[in-house]
Design a protein around this ligand. Structure first.
Ligand SMILES: [Zn+2]
Length: 96
């Protein structure tokens, strides 16, 4: 399909990272199957995928997580939660 945001790109099947802000919580869900625009990077989730993403986000909010990063799970009852230490890997190095 054609991207409705930039109206130039065409979306292709791929994976994306979904970031949701829910009140005090920031939820990042990786490896979400989506159609991604090759031009601007906008992603489109189908309804079933969006439902699961939002369900997993709600679960994180219920756990009062401030920041939660995990991979998309097909079965939302068993989310594979990443360890917080993995977040630190991408810290920029200063002083160079
Ligand atoms: Zn686009």
């Amino acid at each position: 399909m054609k991207c409705v945001i930039c109206k130039n790109g065409v979306t292709v099947k791929g994976k994306t990272t979904v970031t949701l802000n829910r009140g005090e919580s920031v939820i990042v869900i990786k490896d979400v199957p989506a159609r991604v625009c090759g031009n601007c990077g906008e992603y489109y989730l189908d309804d079933a995928t969006a439902d699961k993403v939002y369900h997993q986000a709600d679960e994180a909010v219920k756990r009062r997580a401030e920041v939660e990063i995990f991979r998309y799970a097909v079965d939302p009852r068993k989310p594979s939660v990443s360890q917080p230490s993995m977040v630190a890997e991408k810290k920029p190095t200063y002083g160079k």
